[in-house]
Design a protein around this ligand. Structure first.
Ligand code: FAD
Length: 493
């Protein structure tokens, strides 16, 4: 029998659930990736994520041949990756038919759109005599694996985490030994991939951003380099993770998004190190568990896409019209007059990454200082983040809006000035992204419109309102408006 592995957000060939099962169950196995035009057509022409994927595919194609060679496959040079460009619902059945496979293996993807797509592909494959098998790969526990004593999904994180920690053991974080059957990686027929054409095609209608502008090194090599670097710092993660001016977090989110690292490898490392007494590893593992938590929230409550998890929050009337649009544009472009917010938004626009503390600060600012619907911010992040993940992004936004599963209470409103003083006290991060304020003394950086004239004069005559914007809202007034806006929630609880 023969099988095709359809790679989507699992762009690696080690510790890979679908690849392992395909190799174990079939005599001949091919691997394919589809640049799915049903997804790509909706994206801007220049998308850094497509560049990340493409680079990772180049590497994966080579890695598959090495895997085949090391396992003694008959013609390793003719193995590798098959890449297609078109709607997956059409490309997959076409390829399955050309290769004559009986089965197609892929990883679970529980986003509502992906479930729909997979159902469509499954139907189309059955018309050509092939079955689609999907398996858990990109979380440690999924769907119904961690439930309450009443067999219902958890709605609060801490008990979920405790149940997760109780359940995890070596089995769940053990790598899939893909190498064991890798000799079954099959030669790709010339009719499927003509040898004179490049394996990973240049796509004429997509303008790839040059990879050197990507701040995250792509491929499994990039993921391993970041992991190696982070493991030197992991024990201090708890103390450093909240300070955007410090190299505290792992920066592995994009690799987790595209599966260029294995979640089992990361969770296994963190779990063992936490057991050995590392406080930093314990805190980091908890973040990986948040990731699983939001994935199961999305699976059990798909209405969170577009709606509040707690329905009464959909009654809130958000700021609308020209004034709100101007505020939204200022937020997107990093010119709200609040330096920490602006630095964060510029980091997002320039690099495709934003520090977790700043995702919370900027989301809170949009929702609770500008009174703008969280869905607009969620969509902006979805467009800009290299690590955009529907479950985590939606979870993060609904947390900030207080409408989510285990969210912060609605009356808890971040003060952007206090956050700035606390988490970027010397303005190290602000100065990196808001160069127009570089020469201000540290204490004036957090709310420059309140700075003493002498400080501004000493700082190369910076004029607030000319060189850097005046604040577009006053936090205290905005806070009062937000509490009034959220009153509808209390009334309808
Ligand atoms: P680390 O601190 O090293 O954490 C390790 C990993 O744990 C991350 O890579 C991520 O996979 C996971 N993780 C950490 N925090 C969270 C969290 N709160 N929820 C879920 N998973 C988490 N994360 C995304 O991966 N994609 C998103 O689109 C996304 N959008 C967000 C939007 C908002 C408004 C907020 C508040 C958070 C969002 N997060 C998102 C979560 C978090 O900010 C990022 O995962 C983190 O900043 C990524 O950086 P890192 O890999 O260096 O994190």
């Amino acid at each position: 029998s023969s099988a095709l592995v359809w790679l989507r957000r699992d762009l690696r060939c080690h510790d890979h659930a679908a690849l392992f099962h395909a190799l174990k169950n079939a005599q001949k196995v091919w691997c394919a990736f589809v640049f799915d035009t049903d997804i790509l057509d909706a994206l801007p022409r220049q998308d850094r994520r497509v560049a990340f994927i493409r680079e990772s595919l180049f590497e994966l194609d080579g890695a598959l041949r090495v895997l085949a060679a090391n396992a003694g496959a008959p013609a390793p040079a003719l193995t590798g990756l098959i890449v297609r460009h078109g709607p997956a619902r059409r490309e997959l059945p076409k390829l399955a038919e050309q290769l004559g496979v009986q089965s197609v293996y892929a990883a679970h993807d529980d986003e509502p759109y992906a479930l729909q797509r997979d159902a469509q592909v499954r139907g189309a494959l059955s018309n050509v005599g092939a079955a689609l098998y999907t398996l858990k790969d990109h979380v440690v526990f999924e769907r119904n694996e961690v439930l309450t004593g009443n067999d219902t999904p958890y709605g609060v994180f801490t008990p979920y985490k405790n149940a997760w920690l109780k359940k995890v053991d070596d089995f769940y974080v053990k790598p899939y030994p893909v190498e064991k059957y890798a000799a079954r990686l099959a030669t790709i027929p010339a009719a499927v991939c003509p040898p004179e054409l490049p394996r990973v095609p240049t796509l004429p209608d997509l303008d790839f951003e040059p990879v050197d502008t990507l701040k995250v090194p792509p491929g499994t090599r990039g993921g391993q380099a970041l992991l190696g670097d982070f493991l030197e710092r992991i024990d201090h993660y708890g103390e450093t993770r909240d300070f955007p001016g410090v190299k505290g977090p792992s920066y592995l989110s994009t690799h987790l998004r595209f599966g260029t690292v294995s979640i089992r490898e990361l969770a296994g490392l963190a779990w063992r190190r936490a057991q050995a007494g590392s406080e930093g590893a314990r805190v980091w593992l908890s973040e990986l568990i948040w990731r699983d938590f939001y994935h199961q929230v999305l699976f059990h409550h798909p209405h969170v896409v577009g709606h509040a998890y707690k329905r009464e929050y959909d009654l809130i009337k958000w700021a609308n019209g020209k004034h709100a649009d101007a505020h939204f544009a200022a937020w997107c472009e990093g010119r709200t007059g609040y330096p920490l917010v602006d630095a964060a938004m510029r980091q997002l626009n320039q690099t495709g990454y934003m520090h977790n503390r700043l995702r919370m600060v900027t989301a809170s600012f949009l929702i609770k200082d500008l009174g703008i619907d969280w869905r607009r911010g969620e969509a902006y992040f979805a467009e800009k983040l290299l690590d955009f993940d529907l479950a985590a992004n939606n979870g993060g936004w609904q947390w900030a809006a207080s409408s989510g599963c285990d969210a912060q209470p609605y009356f808890r409103i971040f003060n952007p000035i206090n956050q700035s003083e606390k988490f970027d006290p010397q303005g190290k991060f602000i100065r990196r992204y808001v160069p127009e304020l570089t020469s201000l003394p540290d204490k004036a950086l957090h709310a420059p419109w309140l700075a003493r004239p002498a400080d501004l004069a000493a700082a190369d005559d910076v004029v607030i309102g000319r060189d850097y914007p005046q604040p577009i809202v006053q936090h205290d007034e905005a806070r009062a408006e937000t509490l009034a806006r959220y009153a509808v929630v209390k009334a309808n609880k």
